[in-house]
Design a protein around this ligand. Structure first.
Ligand SMILES: Nc1ncnc2c1ncn2[C@@H]1O[C@H](COP(=O)(O)OP(=O)(O)OP(=O)(O)O)[C@@H](O)[C@H]1O
Ligand SMILES: Nc1nc2c(ncn2[C@@H]2O[C@H](COP(=O)(O)O)[C@@H](O)[C@H]2O)c(=O)[nH]1
Length: 206
């Protein structure tokens, strides 16, 4: 299916900074809309249902899986997370650009449904810095931080499957890189759609 809007998928190991980067991008790019995921994990301190996540019980999540409501879903750090079709399809069909913050398994599933999706992987500058970001964030207990760090090596081994990799060392630099990727994709996709429309017109294809 060929939608007029763009789809951007940002993945990273926990603590690399993807939520912070996406938040900064959304503040300067009014064309971009965030897809809010469903999760079975409990809300953290300031998190709000419907804004950060749709916090969903296990039976509700099961029902959504059975009802084919997700475009992708995965087990991540011992919980389930998923992107509903509702969160993206209508919006990109209407020409909005949508950005997803999800794990690598979900990102790879997205490419099955949306071949034009742009996949961006965020890396931390070092293991020490990744640990220190998770600790400084102070949102997760030690055992959860250890599990997230353990899972990070498997996640980072998938980075080569993505269209772009950004190292989030200096925050402002990483925001700039992300912004540049979004801008380049908009130009590329608009040119592609113009070329296709002109070809169809010349061949008299409705
Ligand atoms: N470039 C950076 N330099 C220093 N600290 C950063 C940088 N980017 C993000 N951080 C900090 O690192 C912590 C983790 O960032 P963030 O919550 O955005 O990570 P995440 O990848 O979205 O993690 P998760 O997948 O667990 O939600 C936050 O406290 C954030 O303020
Ligand atoms: N496959 C999906 N992964 C998702 C989705 N939403 C978030 N995530 C991933 O979960 C981890 C942990 O998030 P946290 O909020 O508990 O720290 C995060 O790093 C994402 O990679 C989703 O819809 N699908």
């Amino acid at each position: 299916m060929d939608y007029p809007g763009n789809l951007f998928v940002v993945a990273a190991p926990s603590g690399a900074g993807k939520s912070s980067l996406v938040k900064a991008l959304l503040e300067i790019d009014s064309q971009l809309q965030l897809s809010v995921s469903h999760t079975t994990r409990a809300p953290r301190g300031q998190e709000k249902h419907g804004r950060d996540y749709f916090f969903t019980s296990q039976p509700e999540f099961d029902a959504m899986v059975a009802g084919n409501a997700f475009v992708e879903w995965a087990h991540v750090h011992g919980q389930r997370y998923g992107t509903s079709k509702k969160a993206i399809e209508d919006r990109i069909a209407q020409g909005a650009d949508v950005i997803l913050e999800i794990d690598y398994q979900g990102a790879l599933q997205i490419t099955q449904a949306f071949a034009n999706a742009v996949l961006i992987f965020i890396l931390p500058p070092s293991w020490e810095e990744l640990r220190s970001r998770l600790e400084r964030r102070g949102e997760d207990p030690t055992d959860v931080i250890e599990m997230r760090l353990k899972n990070a090596s498997e996640e980072m081994a998938q980075a080569h499957k993505f269209d772009f990799v950004i190292i989030n060392e200096l925050f402002e630099r990483a925001v700039f890189d992300l912004k540049a990727i979004v801008h380049a994709q908009r130009l590329r996709y608009a040119a592609q759609r113009r070329t296709r429309a002109a070809t169809f017109e010349s061949l008299n294809i409705p």
